[in-house]
Design a protein around this ligand. Structure first.
Ligand code: IMP
Ligand code: MG
Length: 197
């Protein structure tokens, strides 16, 4: 573990393919450069769709903060942003299904073009909750962007307007995603090696 810590502190993930300790060891799965390339592609699509609409991007805390930041820096169109916070997995690798509002929006999104920005869609429970929650605020339009999708689990793909990567049904961390609030800072994406019983 000591060597992993050193590697992380130095930002030299190239020589440390694995982080964490059993049974929560994670292996690097997707490189930052590949993530960043895909984020740029999504930004291009959104730019084409939202030019002259002054959209408001709503990041779903905490996981989406890095994706949202990278996305907005690649947009190059006038826009606004805000955050919303809902309950997450806490310290678990399986979704509980129950969703709680922890921090609602500050912005008034009535008659605005809203793009919800998620880190990952797993069961889809969060997205469904957020979709209903936002429709009540009467936006001019509502779209959902997620960087990762576990399509084996989530069946209602048509609700998602922008998807970065479809990934297998495995638990991942890094690039904003956590396990027990750890590992969000990793620039690459890592996958849990052994699914604990
Ligand atoms: P859903 O409601 O089951 O779709 O889960 C969505 C939320 O659970 C995401 O926004 C994440 O915060 C969290 N989550 C789902 N899968 C993972 C994962 O593999 N790693 C880390 N967090 C995850
Ligand atoms: Mg999340």
């Amino acid at each position: 573990m000591e060597s992993d810590r050193q590697i992380l502190l130095n930002g030299m993930t190239d020589i440390g393919e694995i982080v964490g300790e059993p049974p929560y060891r994670f292996r690097r799965y997707l490189r930052a450069e590949d993530i960043n390339k895909r984020v740029q592609e999504i930004a291009q699509k959104i730019r084409a769709d939202y030019a002259n609409r002054n959209p408001i991007f709503v990041g779903v805390l905490n996981g989406s903060f890095i994706f949202l930041a990278d996305l907005l820096r690649n947009l190059a169109i006038p826009c606004e942003m805000d955050f919303i916070k809902i309950s997450s997995y806490e310290k678990a690798i399986k979704s509980s299904g129950a969703v709680l509002m922890k921090k609602d929006l500050d912005a008034d999104v009535a008659n605005r073009h809203v793009v919800l920005v998620e880190d990952i869609v797993d069961t889809g429970g969060s997205v469904r909750f957020l979709f209903d929650h936002f429709m009540k605020k009467k936006p001019a339009s509502l779209a959902i962007a997620t960087l990762f999708l576990k399509p084996e689990v989530f069946q209602i793909k048509s609700h998602l307007d922008y998807v970065g990567f479809e990934i297998p049904n495995r638990f991942v961390v890094g690039y904003g995603l956590d396990y027990g609030q750890q590992w969000r800072h990793l620039p690459d994406l890592y996958v849990l090696m052994d699914e604990p019983a």
